[in-house]
Design a protein around this ligand. Structure first.
Ligand SMILES: *Cc1c(COP(=O)(O)O)cnc(C)c1O
Length: 374
């Protein structure tokens, strides 16, 4: 809790305060206007957001739902992936990717990831296939896009569907197509800490398929097309009108925020180049990734995390236990890359408003850590 502690404010991992005065005024005005309509679920705000988000992603359809987890679960159900079916998911992801499979009644089959990118690859996906596999869920983790073309080819050969988990990759592009727009469907979360975040929970499914969109729409609201005409057993998983209205305001700023995150990421990577920790790989050629987390790698991760914490710099681990090793799944499959990464990864502060001064403090602290080892 050294020297700096007294003067230097803590550098948080992210900032969710929407403290920009113009933005805050616009958001509060939006909330007031929605309150005046007293239309709190679905309705005009949700329909407008769906049209705008579909336009942004370049897909014919977007369906607003209550979370990223529901987006994934309802998409699986819409595709009739369920009991008796296996679904390939990467072991290095947020647990929700696997939970959605479980909630749909299917079985997650955990796949390893690439050591350089921490992402699912066609090879690691192939190794996890079983005769019962119906679906593959690539995750664009940390905002970095999975190389989807070979995975799409594998899926087409085997008659499988592909659902993109784009919950960390709003606005990322792959060969001029947005993350979420390449697979059979793409799923998004608007949890506040995501690159596009609501003031609460929310999610969306984007797809080119009118059939998938229609079924997700039915499932999110009790199988109703018309009030009290239940075509199938669904659930309560609608996007709130207030969240949709807030998301409409924030969507217009997403590209600017993603550009700012990229600038921060480039500056951090440059500042840490000779620090002895492994910085994230540069974006894939032909890809245009976004940055959700800035994840460095070092065998001395726990010491580095403490070193930074002592200097008022937040760090987090995404994720400390690979999903197959969590008590929730306790799967005995061995996935050496995901298991090794979990002990070495550390997410540093990353958000669009990180200042040059803060980047400098982070770089100095990491450099000092490197020197202490030398
Ligand atoms: C956030 C996230 C989810 C789940 O989204 P929620 O809105 O929290 O349900 C799923 N997958 C990944 C990769 C995520 O980061």
């Amino acid at each position: 809790m050294a020297q700096l502690g007294a003067q230097a404010p803590v550098i948080p991992l992210t900032r969710l305060d929407d403290a920009d005065a113009d933005l805050l005024a616009e958001l509060l005005d939006t909330v007031r206007r929605v309150a005046a309509t007293a239309q709190f679920t679905l309705g005009e705000q949700v329909e407008s957001f769906e049209a705008e988000f579909a336009g942004y992603c370049g897909t014919p359809h977007a369906v607003g739902v209550s979370s990223g987890t529901e987006a994934l679960t309802l998409t699986l159900r819409a595709l009739e992936v369920g009991p008796g079916d296996d679904v390939v998911v990467p072991a290095n992801s947020f647990i929700a990717t696997a939970e959605a499979v479980t909630l749909a009644g299917a079985t997650p089959r955990f796949a390893d990831v690439d050591p350089g990118t921490a992402l699912l690859t066609v090879e690691t996906a192939r190794a996890a296939l079983t005769p019962r596999t119906r679906c593959i869920i690539p995750v664009h983790l940390y905002g970095r896009t999975v190389e989807l073309q070979p995975i799409m080819r594998l899926a087409r050969e085997r008659g499988l569907v592909v659902i993109e988990d784009a919950c960390q990759a709003h606005g990322a592009q792959m060969s001029a197509r947005r993350a979420g727009a390449v697979g059979d469907a793409g799923c998004f979360s608007f949890y506040p800490a995501k690159n596009l975040g609501a003031w609460g929970d929310g999610g969306a499914v984007v797809t080119a398929s009118a059939g998938i969109a229609d079924r997700v729409r039915l499932l999110r609201s009790h199988g109703e097309r018309q009030r009290y005409h239940h075509e199938l057993p669904g659930t309560t998983a609608r996007l709130d009108a207030l969240q949709a209205a807030i998301l409409r305001v924030k969507l217009r700023r997403l590209d600017d925020w993603n550009a700012a995150r990229r600038r921060v990421s480039t500056a951090l990577a440059e500042a840490l180049r000779d620090s002895g920790v492994t910085v994230p790989p540069p974006p894939r050629p032909g890809g245009d990734d976004v940055v959700h987390q800035f994840v460095v790698c070092t065998p001395e991760r726990d010491r580095l995390r403490q070193h930074l914490a002592d200097r008022g710099i937040a760090g987090a681990i995404h994720y400390p236990v690979p999903i197959h090793r969590t008590p929730a799944y306790a799967d005995t499959v061995r996935l050496p890359v995901a298991e090794a990464l979990a002990d070495q990864i550390l997410s540093l502060p990353m958000h669009p408003r990180l200042t040059e001064e803060e980047i400098g403090r982070i770089a100095d602290a990491v450099a000092e850590f490197g020197d202490s080892r030398a």
